[in-house]
Design a protein around this ligand. Structure first.
Ligand code: COI
Length: 351
């Protein structure tokens, strides 16, 4: 793999004040697709791409992205969490958007090389990691609406802290009952920019009303809970941990899947099924809704302390992080950072 190192290294940010997604590292991986094949990936100094105004991604949105994290363990090893699953999910998205699939082994190899080169950018304090953003977009210069023939895949990395400004403070969530994020048959199950663009209005509305995030309902009945947009959602109702089933309009989160597997292994009762807002409100009123939390790569495990629907607000778990939420946060981050053993084969060491 061709590696061109920067001659102008950046001054690193204060790793104690990272926030999310603000500081890009010194290098990136780039791989182009032309004439029916991917070219060799290259590592280059991080920098701008030159984009013709008629480049198709800017007009018709044929693009995909992923998010995963790299960690440095106490004994200095560099690890990634379930990286193969991200490239497999990107390939599912590629099929839906008529884009070329990646060769997963080549993408992994490129990712390992980049993360090794950027190892000094991996923060080690609790709650921090190196966020990895693989992205693919259509690079043809053409204004007709059709699947492209040229694509660029790149990976950029940045050191991050908590996704939400308040860290592990329980968030307050607004259930959106007018706008929808995605419908069955649409693109809700893949990571394409359009899903996030469609969700911004809900987020803005939630913010205006004093909430942190919008929780989306299904597009047909506006009755069943889907996801938050930046994370999947879970409820502890009586003795079961419940999450909306994957209907085709919800992102099949890798953290969601990890949470379900961790819970099953530790003999918790789990349910993947439809959950209506009515059921959620009834469970809150009867006291059987014990906990609510979100799960995602960026968000990790994020407690929810309150939700609102129409004009009513409902407190969850006394507005505090619940026991199962806390157990999951510790267990998942423990495995990810090498503090706890990985019984699932999720952690991949980069050598
Ligand atoms: C992730 O969790 O990695 C995502 O891509 C979600 C995004 C809102 C940051």
């Amino acid at each position: 793999m061709k590696v061109t190192k920067t001659t102008n290294k950046k001054v690193k940010p204060d790793f104690n004040k990272l926030g999310f997604g603000k500081y890009m590292s010194d290098h990136m991986l780039v791989m182009d697709y032309e004439n029916g094949a991917w070219k060799e990936p290259e590592i280059a100094p991080y920098g701008d791409f030159s984009i013709d105004p008629a480049t198709q991604i800017l007009h018709y949105g044929q693009g995909l992205f992923e998010g995963l994290k790299a960690y440095k363990t106490k004994d200095g090893r560099i690890t990634l969490f379930r990286p193969r699953d991200n490239f497999l999910r990107m390939n599912d998205g590629a099929e839906r958007l008529c884009m070329p699939k990646l060769d997963v082994e080549t993408a992994l190899e490129g990712l390992f090389e980049l993360v090794k080169l950027e190892k000094d950018w991996i923060p080690t304090d609790a709650g921090t990691s190196l966020y990895v953003r693989p992205t693919m977009y259509c690079s043809n210069v053409f204004l007709g609406v059709k699947a492209g023939t040229a694509y660029r895949f790149f990976i950029a990395v940045c050191p991050v802290g908590a996704y939400y400004a308040n860290g592990l403070e329980p968030t307050r969530i607004f259930i959106e009952d007018f706008y929808v994020r995605s419908s069955i048959g649409g693109t809700g199950a893949i990571k394409c920019p359009g899903n996030y663009a469609a969700s911004l209005i809900g987020q803005e509305k939630a913010h205006k009303l004093g909430y942190d995030q919008a929780l989306w309902l299904d597009a047909k009945d506006k009755k069943y809970i889907e996801e938050v947009g930046s994370m999947n959602i879970f409820f502890v109702i009586d003795d079961a941990v419940v999450t909306p089933e994957l209907t085709g309009s919800i992102l099949p989160g890798i953290t969601r899947d990890s949470v379900l597997k961790l819970l099953k292994k530790d003999a918790y009762k789990t349910q993947e099924r439809r959950v209506s807002v009515d059921e959620l409100i009834a469970a809150q009123r009867s006291g059987s809704l014990k906990e609510m939390f979100g799960a995602g790569t960026a968000a990790v495990i994020s407690p929810v302390g309150e939700f609102a629907y129409k004009d009513e607000t409902f407190s969850v778990g006394g507005g505090k992080m619940g026991k199962i939420t806390s157990y999951l946060y510790d267990k998942l981050t423990g495995i990810q950072t090498g503090r706890l053993p990985d019984e699932f084969g999720w952690v991949v060491e980069v050598k």
